[in-house]
Design a protein around this ligand. Sequence first.
Ligand code: NZQ
Ligand code: ZN
Length: 411
Amino acid sequence: MDLINSIPTIEPNGEPSVLQIIQIIMLNFELVNPVKILFGKGEIAKIKKHIPNQAKVLLLYGKGSIKKNGIYDQVVSALSDHAIVEFGGIPANPEYSILMKALSVIKNEEINFILAVGGGSVIDGAKFLSSAALFEGEEPWDILTKGIRTEKGMPFGTVLTLPATGSEMNSGSVISRKETGQKLGMGGPGLFPKFSVLDPTVVASIPNRQLANGITDAFTHVMEQYMTYPIGADLQDRFAESIMSSLIDTAPKLIDNPSDYTIASNFMWCCTMALNGLIQKGVPNDWAIHAMGHELTALHGIDHARTLAIIAPRHYAYFLENKKEKLAQYGERVWNITEGNIEERAKQAIEKTESFFHSLDIPTRISAYTNDFKNTAEKVSTALESRGWVALGEHKAVTPDAVKEIVEASY
Ligand code: NZQ
Ligand code: ZN
């Protein structure tokens, strides 16, 4: 199913059958997550033990933040006995043309291990390279446009510098291509990192804008796996609610004091747990907010998390009838909303969610980011339709018309 390729997925990922979709019991599932997590202060030094001694390592990073905050020095010192080739300059929303240059380096230098040091963009870039390095077709872009699953990739590890996406513990990746104006997903069981270092001390240097993005992205990941309809999956619901409550509690403290180790640890582990496959198993998922959000980034360059904050309140308002039970449950358990009937509580829960994004200084209207949005709704709808995504969401109710209305309501 196409949407699987548009979003980060955990493997193996059985797409629910139509029969399962209408079931109101826990769905069958398989769960595999082989990523070794090295959590805590000082763990970066251990990467040498987890990369084979004989490996020739591509050290992949972004626009240079790691050189200012000391993470680069820690990584290079940990790898003093390894052969390393560096490739820096991966931009936010990792760009295909730049990754193709990194792919040439992998081929010319006979690299056999990739180490990503960065946020979701660098890690996603490493996943693309892991897949492309072993890809036998002519044009690696086909991996994204043809939805080719990566069964085996070049081994890679990650040092996470920005909690947000969960990419450090899942097998999905999202790649952008300016030339075609596309932002597409890929995935497969070959794309789990061998290990990921989660050292909360890296959080101290993250600018507020990115901290707010991280909270918002992780929060929306949980909502996309939760805000559907009740099937009695009590544990998954409570996992999801606890991650959301913890993010709400952590958010203001984090913005005030990102150097606090306890606060940074909670933030980091929440973001990873929000999209490592655990909470999505056995329950219906939605992911339409991400599908629409990726198009807003492709069209207007809006940060990923901010696109989600724009779409989420409108998506939930539009599908109030379908989602009101879960919205009300979320309202009660996460926001302590106890007044009103189910529909009233659901509406209040949407308002609380939008206010939460505002409390992080995240505007939730497209017009706050661009003046050129007159045809945006039409473009988003057409882009999804052209990919065959005409029935997204847990009820397959997110049609091109619904997309248009939701995006238009977000202006
Ligand atoms: O490029 P550098 O210099 O490293 O600076 C980055 C970048 O400017 C900076 N940064 C990162 N760590 C820092 C830091 N600055 C100071 N101190 C640190 N410790 O932050 C900026 C943003 O980084 P980026 O990696 O782009 O952010 P994020 O982690 O939010 O990743 C966003 C990308 O991930 C995709 C998004 O679509 C977007 O392309 N996603 C990936 C997912 C996945 N693979 O599972 C799921 C998500 O839903 C999302 O789609
Ligand atoms: Zn996301």
